[in-house]
Write a protein that binds this ligand. Sequence first.
Ligand code: IDP
Ligand code: MG
Length: 138
Amino acid sequence: MEKTLAILKPDAVERNLIGKILERIEGKGFKVAAMKMAQLSQCEAKGFYDVHKERPFFGDLTSYMSSGPVVLLVLSRDNAIKEWRDLMGATNPADAAEGTIRKDFAVNIEKNSTHGSDAPDTAAFEISYFFSQTEIVG
Ligand code: IDP
Ligand code: MG
């Protein structure tokens, strides 16, 4: 089973969408291997999104990601990284396919409700950024 990191971002938590999004995750056959609430500091958000530090939206993104509570999840299933990205949909909800989480719930390209790792190396980094080995089951 492959593992990936998912985040239910501040816009999703603020609008009481935790249950609806978790229902879609479980409905697609993912197992929740770890889960916790957190409120990131801007410093923690910057460390997490370090790959984007040269992008023009980096300051806004890290302010937004630290603006309210998030749900941090480790998801497990076969092909979890790609399956979770497919279920989330495109970064910009205007481009996201019908039936995806971002199409149905995202506010805009920044407040797009969920995060997902994009490759095995980033999944490993992102999972270890938020979870110790003993917090992950299965
Ligand atoms: P991803 O979340 O689909 O992997 P990335 O390109 O890795 O997309 O960008 C990380 C996050 O940065 C996005 O999910 C979104 O919140 C934000 N973001 C990406 N592109 C833009 C943009 O053009 N303007 C504002 N925010 C953006
Ligand atoms: Mg990304």
